[in-house]
Design a protein around this ligand. Structure first.
Ligand code: SF4
Length: 254
């Protein structure tokens, strides 16, 4: 298959993946009858993992985060700086650990670093990062108030979706971050993050707008800022999700 055809398939894959991100659709791709657009291969892989008894693959249940293994985020970051637990280390320029307030009430979790993040070693930079800054400002928060991390710490080549095996290898790093930060609220940004944290294949459109739990921590899911750049109409839903987050955050703890 020539590069042109490959690019067209990649464009179609990304467009349909974006639709899945937004909770749309059950279309069937006729030339690949075993694949449903609403459930691309990666979701089938998750489904198989969950069905095979690997529920709690990502440690989503529990009444609270377990005790951390490290004494601080800095110590943990240093310990995994040369992580080679999955093949993504081979092409990374930076391991993008996370950034923000180590005692944050709210922790945002995206899916994986992109090209800018890989170059700079910071999560959520570039256009999507700027939009996240504006979303935070709209709920009277800034990056100094929250903590931002991704499920994967290294960039998947070409910004493809994370693979289940990569996520399984990298998830302990995120779990340790949650254990160290002990946030009051987790906000999953985008389909990949929400489905991994909640161990489900339910479309994001049906996960957002209501509260869930990850290890006993209230979790809300909403659209990834990169998806909002492509589909601005979904900013309204995101605004509603952020209002829910803000209202819960402003409630006194206890
Ligand atoms: S993506 Fe995660 S598991 Fe894979 S090499 Fe990077 S830090 Fe390690």
């Amino acid at each position: 298959m020539g590069n042109g055809a490959t690019n067209i398939y990649e464009m179609i894959r990304r467009a349909l993946s974006a639709q899945v991100d937004l909770g749309m659709g059950e279309m069937v791709v006729n030339h690949r009858p075993q694949q449903t657009v609403g459930e691309p291969q990666v979701l089938n892989d998750y489904r198989q993992a969950f069905a095979s008894g690997a529920a709690d693959l990502f440690g989503s249940s529990g009444s609270g985060p377990p005790a951390p293994k490290f004494e601080s985020l800095d110590a943990h970051c240093e310990a995994i700086a040369d992580c080679r637990d999955c093949p993504l280390w081979q092409e990374r320029n930076s391991l993008v650990y996370g950034a923000g307030n180590p005692r944050a009430d709210v922790m945002f979790v995206g899916e994986a670093p992109g090209a800018d993040e890989d170059r700079l070693g910071e999560p959520f930079v570039g256009r999507a990062g700027k939009l996240l800054d504006r979303i935070l400002a709209a709920i009277e928060m800034s990056r100094r108030d929250v903590y931002i991390a991704n499920i994967l710490k290294c960039r998947p080549p070409g910004n493809r979706d994370p693979q289940p095996a990569e996520m399984e290898k990298c998830f302990p790093h995120l779990k340790e971050q949650v254990a160290l930060i002990r946030p009051r609220i987790i906000c999953a940004l985008g389909r990949i993050s929400a489905q991994a944290l909640l161990e489900t294949t339910t479309p994001l459109g049906r996960l957002r707008g209501r509260w869930h739990e990850y290890q006993g921590v209230p979790l809300i899911a909403t659209y990834h800022p990169a998806a909002l750049l492509r589909f601005p109409a979904y900013k309204k839903d995101t605004w509603q999700d952020m209002q829910m987050l803000k209202a819960r955050c402003d409630k006194p703890a206890g």
